[in-house]
Design a protein around this ligand. Structure first.
Ligand code: HAM
Length: 422
């Protein structure tokens, strides 16, 4: 009977050796940047009580359609996290850190039941930061600058920063009224989906990418015209600080993000090297009301998240941040049973010299072929002659001449180190 073959679930991928090392290297670049800006690493559970996430946007697809929610064996409603901000705010409230602002960075998988396409997956990885416990607009600018410096460190040159302010609650209320009445006036021309969105949150209609809505959105009132003095000043300070930090940005008056918790500063990093469907390589903003909504004290908060998969797509498109070369330093060819190679490899590994080998008593010829395929620069050969003489043969695999030299087994490490450092 043939057994059923499984494939990874729709919208998920196996990230294989090479690609996985590249992914990890990207995390490493982010970690260095985040640490340099004074952020500590935080790790929260991959699933949380469903209620943690329902607060992030009752009118957003993320919550209404895309949540991987489930009942656990005790009947408790849980969800795989669709994003990390709500989890981090929950962790902040629960752990009550004393030193504020609490500045943390994170990395890991998120889950959204989306329609998969290039750069849009059901399991995808984010890098991000959150700072909780400050309302200072300067921290907004610093965080935006951290994101910009990350893309730069990766080597991306075509990332632009879009900036907007969603105002405070009173400004937003006035704006929402204006927006609602504007869209109501144009209701008959809006797409069906946008009419539904309009009922829940007129702000999110601005996010529609449907061609039918484009013209109406283009002429819609903008938040900037409704900002009260305080949020206006907040926004001006963010802008002034970004200018001081020499971070280029574009004001994007209709930038609303796909989550409901934002107020004041919002921003998005877009790659001009990607198609518009997946060109958002990161985004974030201020969410000063979220802590209270999750049962905590009023706490200013701001952060962003970056899509690792999309950054790597942008890097492919710009030809930067290459996949690391996984070729080992050494390939050990053992034609005396295979155990000698095991001893040599463990010795090399303890010194940080990477090595590969063949198994299953392959012929010398087959082992040489495997050595060539491995991309190792050096071969270590151990045959009957070598074994008897207490020696090994070192062979240059990368050079045309295939220089070969017999050395004492006890001098093997020195010889390899000498040749590897060339
Ligand atoms: P978000 O805009 O939903 O924000 O996601 C941030 C980034 O994650 C996006 O810009 C994109 O690069 C990536 N991303 C989102 N969905 C997918 C997907 N299905 N496949 C691949 N990549 C994806 C948030 O998640 C907020 N928590 C950001 C934040 C942090 N705001 C404040 N603090």
């Amino acid at each position: 009977m043939t057994q059923k073959q499984y494939r990874a679930p729709k919208g998920t991928r196996d990230i294989l050796p090479g690609a996985a090392e590249r992914h990890r290297n990207l995390v490493q670049v982010f970690q260095e940047q985040a640490q340099a800006y004074g952020f500590g690493h935080v790790m929260t559970p991959i699933f949380e009580h469903l209620g943690v996430f329902t607060r992030i946007g009752e009118s957003t697809d993320i919550v209404t359609k895309e949540m991987y929610d489930f009942e656990d064996k005790s009947g408790t409603q849980m969800a795989l996290r669709p994003e990390l901000t709500a989890s981090v705010v929950r962790a902040f409230i629960q752990n009550n850190p004393q030193q504020l602002p609490w500045k943390v960075w994170y990395e890991g998988p998120q889950f959204r039941y989306e329609r998969p396409q290039a750069g849009r997956y059901r399991q995808f990885s984010q890098l991000g930061v959150e700072a909780l416990g400050s309302y200072d607009p300067i921290i907004d600018a610093e965080i935006i600058a951290l994101g910009a410096s990350f893309y730069k460190a990766v080597g991306l040159r075509k990332v632009k920063l879009l900036l907007n302010s969603l105002g405070d609650r009173p400004s937003r209320a006035k704006y929402l009224t204006a927006l609602q009445s504007y869209f109501n006036d144009h209701r008959s021309d809006l797409s069906e989906q946008s009419i539904t969105t309009l009922e829940k949150n007129p702000l999110r209609v601005l996010d529609s990418k449907r061609p039918q809505d484009a013209g109406i959105i283009e002429a819609a009132p903008v938040m900037a015209d409704f900002l009260e003095a305080e949020p206006k000043e907040h926004f001006n300070t963010v802008r002034e600080c970004l200018e001081k930090l020499q971070i280029g940005y574009e004001i994007s008056p209709r930038l609303v993000r796909g989550l409901d918790y934002y107020g004041l500063t919002t921003f998005e990093y877009q790659s001009e090297a990607l198609d518009s469907a997946q060109n958002a390589v990161g985004g974030g903003g201020r969410y000063d009301e979220l802590a209270e909504q999750l049962g905590g004290k009023p706490t200013g908060g701001i952060g962003f998240a970056i899509g690792i998969d999309r950054v790597l797509l942008a890097a492919d498109s710009e030809g930067v941040f290459d996949t690391p070369d996984l070729a080992p330093d050494v390939f050990v060819i053992d034609v005396v049973g295979g155990m000698q190679a095991a001893v040599i490899i463990s010795e090399l590994a303890s010194l940080g010299i990477s090595a590969q080998r063949s198994y299953d008593n392959r012929s010398m010829k087959a082992q040489f072929r495997a050595a060539d395929r491995s991309g190792a620069s050096l071969g270590v050969i151990i045959g009957e002659d070598e074994l008897k003489a207490g020696e090994i043969t070192v062979r240059e695999l990368a050079s045309q001449e295939r220089i070969q030299q017999r050395v004492k087994r006890s001098e093997m490490i020195d010889e390899l180190k000498k040749r590897l450092s060339k």
